[in-house]
Write a protein that binds this ligand. Structure first.
Ligand SMILES: [Zn+2]
Length: 391
């Protein structure tokens, strides 16, 4: 089980973030599990949010200013609401002073309250790990590729490596609907520095590979392109893929920070002529030189795009809003269990008395009682299945 206690989170990041344990000292054994931390819609750590409460609530300058503008009874109501959910820890960033009522509530409920002089988006990033940032960038890249390809079906970006991260998968389906998952070695990921590059995460160059699969909705043939990973960032990796597999000159900029990811992809039209070389060079240069804030502004729409490409005539299409959606279902899980085979199911039944499958994308649990699990295999199959496993 991937999980980390607040005690551990504190000791691992104490120096890096100059953390102080301000209140709720007895809550150190509270645990943050890894089940949901990579779900874009339901992060575990984030800036104070009453509608989608995070399990670790971070209060930065904006949140403290918001509370400071409230009347005293409103402050109490707001802070009480934080405790209504599954709050396991709170952190006050930017060197702000923790509101006295928050200190009091944390002490009473044994909820650790940490403080740090560091900016709040940095706290969010560090608490979420470098890995979540890479996965966020891969999500943005998949959504941009799916939009650029104007392709009706699923687009699956998969990174397989021998490094601290074994597998990263991002799926973008029409909607656009995104789902993503990662498999990693916790200790090895934690051992990486703040500035760890993608190749450090995924393994030595040549050891890791990126595949992009297009799965048409009309049931037509699947298409898959594979490149070996020799890039330090998700953006350069996707650019390399597009240049080698798709033969399309592309520039991609991705920025993930503070629970948000933004991306801008520019591609040279296949129909462009040598006379367009100058335009392409200028546009590619502008995006390559853009500061993170300029990329985020451009990803938001017209004004930011116009600022990034001031000499160009821009036309903006209607925006679409990607959302998290998982395509797992009981029939699909049943299909996977049939593929696993009767022998493996019997093994699970003998060990646990039931079969449980957890979706790695959305953490939904599927339970099969012994009779339900055995019903997946039609009677009369027994001999064939047993014989197959013997060979
Ligand atoms: Zn699922």
């Amino acid at each position: 089980m991937r999980q980390v206690s607040i005690e551990r989170l504190f000791s691992d990041n104490r120096e890096r973030l100059n953390l102080t344990w301000r209140a709720g000292r007895q809550g150190g054994n509270r645990v943050l599990t890894g089940d949901t931390e990579l779900k874009p819609t339901m992060g575990q750590v984030g800036h104070m949010n009453f509608i989608h409460p995070f399990r670790i609530q971070i209060l930065g300058a904006a949140e403290i200013a918001y509370l400071a503008a409230l009347a005293e009874d409103e402050v109490r109501t707001a802070i009480d609401r934080l405790f209504a959910g599954e709050l396991i820890a709170a952190a006050v960033a930017n060197g702000e002073t923790a509101p006295p009522y928050l200190v009091q509530r944390c002490n009473a409920a044994h909820v650790p309250l940490l403080t740090s002089p560091q900016p709040s988006p940095h706290l969010v990033d560090v608490f979420r790990y470098y890995l979540a940032r890479v996965l966020a960038e891969l999500c943005a890249a998949a959504a941009l590729l799916a939009a650029a390809l104007k392709f009706d079906g699923g687009l699956i970006v998969q990174l397989v490596g021998g490094g601290p991260v074994r597998l990263l998968v991002v799926e973008c389906n029409p909607g656009p609907a995104l789902r993503a998952m990662a498999q990693w070695d916790d200790a090895r990921v934690r051992a990486l520095g703040d500035d760890a590059t993608l190749d450090a995460l995924a393994g030595a160059p040549g050891d890791a590979r990126l595949s992009i699969t297009l799965d048409p909705r009309d049931g037509g043939p699947m298409y898959q392109g594979i490149v070996s990973l020799e890039a330090a960032s998700v953006a350069t990796m996707i650019e390399h893929y597009l240049a080698t597999s798709e033969q399309v000159a592309s520039r991609l900029a991705l920025v993930a920070s503070g629970g948000e990811v933004a991306g801008v992809l520019v591609q040279r039209m296949p129909s462009s002529l040598p006379i367009d070389d100058g335009v392409w060079a200028r546009v590619a240069r502008a995006l390559g030189a853009a500061a993170d804030a300029a990329v985020v502004a451009a990803a938001r729409g017209n004004e930011g795009l116009a600022a990034l490409f001031p000499d160009d005539d821009l036309r903006v299409f209607a925006p679409s809003s990607p959302r998290f959606a998982c395509t797992c279902s009981r029939p699909r899980v049943e299909g996977a269990l049939r593929v696993a085979g009767r022998a493996e199911i019997e093994e699970a039944l003998a060990a646990d008395g039931q079969v449980e499958v957890v979706c790695e994308f959305c953490a939904r649990r599927y339970h099969f009682a012994p009779d339900e699990a055995r019903a997946l295999f039609p009677a009369g199959d027994t001999d064939a299945a047993t014989a197959a496993t013997r060979h």
